[in-house]
Design a binder for this molecule. Structure first.
Ligand code: C5P
Length: 219
C-alpha cells in the first residue's frame, strides 16, 4: 500500500563525556507497536530509525542512532521517499555544547553545563513535506494541552498529532497503557485509556483514512 514508511522511535542520548549523557524516559514502546502494526497489516516496507531502546521491531529495516544530530541525518536522507513519516522519538531538545573527551573530574559544589538547542527534525520534515505525504508527530504536554497541540499541528505542518497529557493520572512514559488525543488540523478525537498496541492500531486507521482522502484529491 505504501512505498516507504519511516518511523522514528526511542530517546536520543547526548554525550557529555565518555561515561555520561543527557537523555529522557522514553521506552520506545509506541514506535515499536506502530512498526509491528504496519508489518502485521502488510502496509509496506518500514524503516525504523531508533535511539537506544530494547524495543526493536522485527521484519523492518533498523537504523540505530544515538544523538539527535545522527537521527536528523538518518531521517533527512530518507524522508523525501516516504509516503508516511511518523516521528515517535523523544528527541533531546538540548545537547552539551562541549564533549569532554576525558571523564569529567568532581570539582566545586556547583558546576555549569552549557547546552545547545538540537534541530527540530519534525519541523524540518514539515517544512519540506512532499505532496501526498502523511506526516505524524507526537506531543507530551502538561499545560494548555489543546492550545499547544493545535499550534504544533499548524507550526509543524502535520497531518496528525498524537497528544499525550502527562499528569499523575496518565504517566505515559514506560507504561504499557496510555490515554491520547488524535489531533488533526480540522479537529480532534479522544481515545479511551488503552494499551499502546491498540493505540498503534487507531493511529494506523487514521493514517490510512487520511492517505485515502489524499488519493481522492484532498490536499
Ligand atoms: O515540540 P515537541 O518537542 O513537543 O514535539 C514533539 C514531536 O517533535 C515528536 O513527534 C518528536 O519526535 C519531534 N521532535 C523532533 N526533533 C526534536 C524535537 C521533537 O523530531 N528536536
Amino acid at each position: 500500500m505504501f512505498s516507504l514508511i519511516l518511523i522514528t522511535s526511542g530517546p536520543t542520548i547526548e554525550p557529555i563525556d565518555p561515561v555520561r549523557f543527557l537523555s529522557n524516559r522514553s521506552s520506545g514502546l509506541t514506535g515499536y507497536h506502530l512498526a509491528m502494526e504496519a508489518r502485521a497489516r502488510g502496509l509496506g516496507p518500514v524503516t525504523f530509525v531508533t535511539g537506544p531502546t530494547t524495543w526493536l521491531p522485527t521484519g523492518v529495516e533498523i537504523v540505530r542512532v544515538e544523538t539527535a544530530l545522527e537521527m536528523r541525518a538518518a531521517v533527512n536522507e530518507r524522508r523525501a521517499r516516504a509516503d508516511v513519516v511518523i516521528m515517535a522519538a523523544a528527541v533531546s531538545d538540548y545537547r552539551s555544547v562541549k564533549y569532554y573527551p576525558e571523564k569529567m573530574k568532581k570539582s566545586g559544589e556547583r558546576i555549569t553545563l552549557e547546552l545547545a538547542k538540537n534541530p527540530d527534525i519534525l519541523l524540518e520534515a514539515g517544512r519540506h513535506k512532499p505532496r501526498g505525504q502523511v506526516l505524524v508527530g507526537f506531543a507530551a504536554e502538561t499545560e494548555d494541552i489543546f492550545v499547544n497541540a493545535q499550534k504544533k499541528v499548524r507550526d509543524k505542518n502535520l497531518d496528525l498529532l498524537v497528544l499525550n497529557e502527562i499528569s499523575a493520572a496518565n504517566p505515559a512514559f514506560g507504561r504499557e497503557a496510555n490515554q491520547v488525543f488524535l489531533v488533526r488540523p480540522d479537529g480532534m478525537r479522544r481515545l479511551e485509556r488503552m494499551s499502546k498496541t491498540l493505540i498503534a492500531a487507531h493511529i494506523w486507521d487514521e493514517i490510512i483514512a487520511l492517505a485515502g482522502r489524499r488519493a481522492e484529491g484532498a490536499p
